[in-house]
Design a protein around this ligand. Structure first.
Ligand SMILES: NC(=O)c1ccc[n+]([C@@H]2O[C@H](COP(=O)([O-])OP(=O)(O)OC[C@H]3O[C@@H](n4cnc5c(N)ncnc54)[C@H](O)[C@@H]3O)[C@@H](O)[C@H]2O)c1
Length: 329
């Protein structure tokens, strides 16, 4: 099968290698010529890996459109609307597989909403979210990874399951809970930033981190409930699985961003120095706004919002959480 990968960054190029390993054909699209040149000379633009000799990349959207009507969206979430605008007008029905993780803090749209808004219904075969605990750094080395393909259309979820699964290092499950998987994907990045912050603060240790992951998961479940997803998703690979891998590992740029915030670096400095996308900050903003919109409490997310957007010191954020009414678990 032919697949167009939209976004030749850490994850997009890594998934291109998975598809090539599975004997599919891929064309990677990126707006940055240096990334495209790197890929075409078989260098991963972010890692030291040598890429398979049959990988191809382009900066031409028309080439991508002609190549395939199966698209993998793998750009930072804030660029998805402009990416889809560039992709339009489509001339044939297309399948969208999204691997990006986030909710838009400006209009609170999930990525499936964005795709629905930008792609004419008559050209949309369907939408599948592919998520789960997956550091690109490991998948590019073909380390064992389990993912979930979520779609309202069970057959499409199964198609994507077959597309990415192999017998050596990738196993994909299916699910029908698109919104649950989108909330989990966004919330785990938010909690990873907070995990990084508390890891760098001397008044907290491993106990606090375990508590954060547990209570953070509870907040994630609340968001799923209010947006109409299935809370069971939170206890699967997409939820707790991705939360563990993101909120405890230095491979996670969200976790690393949190560490630097905790040490007092400004967001501006971190954004300027990190070459890759940090989705967690926008996720904190989006989740905080969702809790205000639907009128429910997300104490940890809101404390992080105060710290990052209202510049409340970490000590005061922790104090605010501890001052909450004592209650049963
Ligand atoms: N890196 C991972 O381990 C990983 C794993 C799972 C999911 N994700 C998610 O995948 C998404 C992409 O992550 P990444 O790590 O590949 O990010 P990245 O920053 O490494 O790469 C993003 C790429 O998108 C390109 N891009 C930006 N706007 C574009 C546009 N309009 N058209 C074409 N290309 C454009 C950039 O030039 C860049 O090469 C994020 O939402 C991330 O959360 C990442």
């Amino acid at each position: 099968m032919k697949v167009s990968i939209l976004g030749g960054g850490a994850w997009g190029v890594t998934l291109a290698q998975v598809l090539l390993d599975n004997d599919h054909e891929v064309l990677v699209y990126d707006i940055k010529k240096e990334n495209v040149d790197a890929i075409n000379s078989l260098h991963h633009p972010f890692f030291n890996n040598v890429l398979p000799s049959n990988i191809k990349a382009t900066t031409s959207i028309s080439e991508v459109r002609e190549f395939s009507n199966t698209y993998v969206i793998s750009v930072p979430t804030k660029f998805i609307p402009s990416l889809l605008d560039t992709l339009n007008p489509l001339t044939r029905k297309s399948l969208f597989i999204n691997v990006s993780k986030g909710i838009d803090p400006d209009n609170l749209e999930s990525i499936s909403d964005v795709v629905k808004r930008h792609i004419d219904k008559k050209y949309l075969i369907g939408y599948v979210n592919l998520t789960g605990p997956s550091h690109a750094e490991e998948v590019i080395d073909r380390k064992l990874t389990l993912l979930v393909a979520s779609s309202k259309d069970t057959n499409l979820a199964k198609d994507v399951q077959k597309l990415f699964s192999n017998t050596t290092y990738i196993r994909v499950y299916t699910s029908n809970d698109v919104i649950g998987s989108e909330v989990c994907a966004s919330a785990k990045n938010a909690i990873a930033v907070i995990s990084g912050i508390i890891s760098s603060v001397s008044s907290t240790g491993e106990n606090a981190r375990a508590a954060l992951l547990t209570r953070g998961l509870k907040e994630l479940v609340l968001v799923i409930k209010h947006l109409g997803g299935n809370k069971k998703t939170a206890y699967g690979l997409t939820g707790i699985g991705d939360l563990i891998v993101t909120a405890t590992s230095l491979n996670s740029r969200n976790f690393r961003c949190g560490i630097r915030l905790g040490k007092g670096d400004s967001l501006e400095t971190i954004y300027a120095e990190e070459k890759q996308t940090i989705e967690g900050i926008r996720s904190i903003e989006a989740l905080h706004k969702l809790s205000l919109k639907y009128n429910f409490e997300l104490p940890i997310i809101s404390a992080a919002y105060d710290l990052i957007f209202n510049h409340l010191p970490v000590k005061e954020c922790i104090e605010k959480l501890l001052l909450r009414d004592l209650t049963k678990e």
